[in-house]
Write a protein that binds this ligand. Structure first.
Ligand code: SME
Length: 151
């Protein structure tokens, strides 16, 4: 399914107020993982209270040991401090990278802002080398804005 056709489905999930926010985020992960062939692990990390660390939220894919990630560590931890998108075409070329699975070749992390504050992120792993384009960034920024509206 194309990003354009997925956007209204995301909006429908976001506005499903009969579900909890956790359930809606999990549904977004499920939709993305099932409809986008190069999205193989899809999850949310959020700032853990007032600690300088991220905590794993809803996700779809292989279970990960990395349920807590200190700010600055790995791709996710770097985005927590840089406030910028991080697109990694080849995870093997990254020094500051936390491996979750040997099948992962590439990763994209997009921050989520609420009232200008970086409060979390969507993290996607791909088993395909160098799969992400600017279209992925724009699409995921769209999702992050929608998610921010229900947090
Ligand atoms: N690879 C990430 C860790 C999280 S897993 O991809 C689920 C990182 O380097 O921050």
């Amino acid at each position: 399914m194309t990003f354009t056709s997925l956007k209204p489905l995301i909006e429908t999930l976001i506005s499903s107020t009969e579900k909890t926010v956790e359930e809606r985020l999990k549904n977004i992960c499920e939709l993305l993982e099932s409809e986008i062939p190069h999205y193989n692990w899809v999850g949310f990390y959020f700032k853990n209270g007032d600690k300088n660390e991220l905590k794993l939220g809803p996700y779809v894919g292989e279970p990960t040991d990395h349920t807590i990630i200190p700010f600055g560590k790995g791709i996710c931890g770097q985005v927590a401090v840089s406030n910028a998108n991080f697109v990694v075409p080849d995870v093997a070329a990254q020094d500051n990278y936390i491996a979750c699975s040997i099948s992962v070749k590439a990763e994209i992390v997009i921050p989520i802002f609420v009232n200008g504050e970086n409060i979390g992120q969507i993290d996607i792993d791909s088993n395909t080398p160098d799969p992400f384009t600017e279209s992925d960034e724009r699409f995921l920024e769209f999702i992050c804005k929608k998610v921010a509206s229900i947090l």
